[in-house]
Design a protein around this ligand. Sequence first.
Ligand SMILES: C[S@@+](CC[C@H](N)C(=O)[O-])C[C@H]1O[C@@H](n2cnc3c(N)ncnc32)[C@H](O)[C@@H]1O
Length: 271
Amino acid sequence: MGWHSMVGYGMAGLPSLLCPAGAARQHSRAMVEERLLDARTSGPWLCIDLGLADYMTPKETSRLAAQIRRLYGANRQAEQPFWIYLTELVPGSPIHRECLRMNDGFSGYLMDTTQESYLDLFPLDAIVYLTPDSENVLEDIDPKKVYVLGGLVDESIHKNLTLQRAREQSLQTARLPIREYMVKSMNTKNYYSETLAINQVFDVLSTYYKTQSWPDALKAGVSSGKGYVLPDGEESVKTPQRDNTQENSLFPESLVQARAANCRFQAEAPV
Ligand SMILES: C[S@@+](CC[C@H](N)C(=O)[O-])C[C@H]1O[C@@H](n2cnc3c(N)ncnc32)[C@H](O)[C@@H]1O
């Protein structure tokens, strides 16, 4: 059975026996699923690298599972969602167990999960590993690229961990343009950090993809606790760079299908 026929979103146009509220819920769920499935073929694509499990304590692993839940929830709400891959997700591993334990409906999440690495799924030159320690600044989101996030919660910071990993794998890297658009705020603890949780990074990416404005995007994802704020009057400055006329497909269809076959497709989305 192909993945299109595995999901129930074709129900939207059928006569419904549900009450109006139930029918509206079903309709909006169908719209969400349709948008997600569009992103699966057209991008943008986001990959969470779960090959970093050895660097986390059980408590950090639980926090990562909660961040995956928040990220997925935010993506379902997005007008222009990303298609999400969880790579190196080993069945029965601590992060898999925590995702199942803490995230209702995890096994039905509309995303691809695989034990394989992103290196086996995507062309190397399409991968951009996002890491706070990169010397490159992310300027725009290119729907032809796959953005990889380190599946890591590091309470005691592992500086350069993902940067090193990406360099060893000869991948492009980029960091969010926090210091380019934000300024340090007065804070009593004198604490400043450009390292965000993966769900916060996602909020930045998702808002940027929708608004094309880095100030708006950073405002959505960088909490005041990080010690950075927008300078006064710096919101809603657009950074138009995306060429909407470009062909909106990431890779040849054969590659999309090869990837789809490699990844376990999670058929039913949670309510
Ligand atoms: C909690 S951070 C982990 C930081 C860790 N020290 C490292 O080496 O990546 C989780 C992930 O979110 C992404 N991330 C966090 N802050 C970022 C930033 N400012 N720019 C780009 N990516 C960021 C990276 O993919 C990172 O691996």
